[in-house]
Design a protein around this ligand. Structure first.
Ligand code: PLP
Length: 383
């Protein structure tokens, strides 16, 4: 029988070191590896841009967690995404992505690949008949899904969109950064490629930047391996080690992130200073039903729209003490930020612009009895 998720998180790719018996795979800080005979590396390793044992350990672990076959780890989530797109795109290709996709992904697709002749359409993935219309008429090479989205927490039906995309010959990439494989397995729902910013929940402690691409198809894997190997936007051995260290506790952290976020969302929904709480675990969320189907828990991310507009939103970000005002997400500590002025500033004036009264919360794993009063007193101060 296949091992459970938490067992794989701790053991997949993490063999005991054969020479010393070290239980934790060592950090191999070697750029090069000795050969006994020219052209015959001892253990398959030659040069660390191409391959490094610590990176291999992380990649095997990631592939196992997503239920993929091969994983490739990179210096950041954007480096991973860039490697995938350069591996599969040609001038004249088209990409369909969500109209609230991660701003950095949109910026790359529009400003880097655009001038190379790659076009794009940003759509609302929650309307499947519209999805069918756009995909059948634009014939994209790639359909890029993110769910839940950053920062609007939109839920996309991975199975529904993948089925449509496949009818029209497109590859489906799912950015699984928010849910993580602990809560959502895109390959089981039809995805071809899974993307992670491992900077977020997989690393989990806000102390390492990284990214990964996971695939099931050998031919696609080979193309991504080539970009990784030839271009070298790789994760360093130390970063790979840090990420593996984080992943061992992913399952328990996601349970606690989810229960804290659920309790917090319920506590502030209906507060006078709040216009709307965007959390897929709330029955009021338009994607609640789809989320219940494709996620085992609803995760630690939520956004809040303030009744008092942008002024109230920016004020709120400075009035909490347990929540720290900072970009990024997915660490053990709670963070608060204003997407319009911070993480999503780059999409201002585009179809992806986010509401000015929006505040994003990355709910950490502190005690819920400290988190709720901290946010409620900050909201009270706005009235
Ligand atoms: C942060 C993030 C990225 C980009 O990852 P980096 O590690 O910052 O390059 C991509 N997608 C989502 C959903 C993210 O939150």
């Amino acid at each position: 029988m296949a091992q459970g998720f938490n067992t794989r998180a701790i053991h997949a790719g993490q063999a005991t070191d054969p020479t010393t018996g070290a239980v934790v795979p060592p950090i191999y800080l070697s750029s090069t590896f000795e050969q006994q005979v020219a052209g015959e590396p001892l253990a398959g390793f030659e040069y660390s841009r191409c391959d490094n044992p610590t990176r291999t350990a992380l990649q095997q672990n990631l592939a196992s967690l997503e239920g993929g076959v091969l994983a490739y780890s990179f210096a950041s989530g954007m480096a991973a995404e860039d490697a995938f797109f350069r591996a599969v795109l040609q001038p004249g290709d088209h990409i369909v992505l969500g109209n609230d996709a991660y701003g950095g992904a949109y910026r790359a697709i529009e400003q880097v690949y655009g001038p190379w002749g790659v076009t794009n359409t940003c759509i609302d993935f929650t309307d499947l008949s519209h999805v069918e219309e756009v995909i059948s008429s634009t014939k994209p090479r790639v359909v890029r899904i993110e769910t839940p989205t950053n920062p609007l927490m939109t839920i996309v039906d991975i199975e529904g969109v993948s089925a449509i995309a496949h009818q029209h010959g497109a590859l489906v990439l799912v950015d699984n950064t928010f849910a993580t494989p602990a809560l959502q397995r895109p390959f089981e729902l039809g995805a071809d490629v899974v993307l992670h910013s491992t900077t977020k929940y997989l690393g989990g402690h806000s102390d390492v930047v990284g990214g990964a691409i996971v695939v099931t198809d050998a031919e696609l894997a080979e193309k991504i391996a080539q970009i990784q190997n030839w271009m070298g936007a790789i994760s360093s051995p130390f970063d790979a080690y840090m990420t593996m260290r984080g992943i061992k506790t992913l399952g328990v952290r996601m349970e606690r992130h989810s229960s804290n976020a659920q309790a917090l969302a319920e506590a502030i929904e209906g507060h006078k200073a709040v216009e709307r709480v965007l959390y897929p675990g709330l029955p009021s969320h338009p994607g609640h039903e789809v989320a219940t189907r494709q996620m085992s828990l609803f995760g630690g991310m939520m956004s809040v729209q303030l009744a008092g507009g942008e002024k109230a939103a920016t004020a709120l970000t400075t009035r909490t003490s347990v929540f720290t005002l900072a970009p990024s997400l997915g660490g053990v500590e709670s963070l608060i930020e204003h997407p319009g002025l911070m993480t999503h500033h780059s999409v201002e004036g585009t179809a992806l612009e986010v509401p000015a009264n929006l505040v994003r919360l990355s709910v950490g794993i502190e005690d819920i009895d400290d988190l709720i009063p901290d946010l409620v007193q900050a909201l009270d101060s706005l009235l």
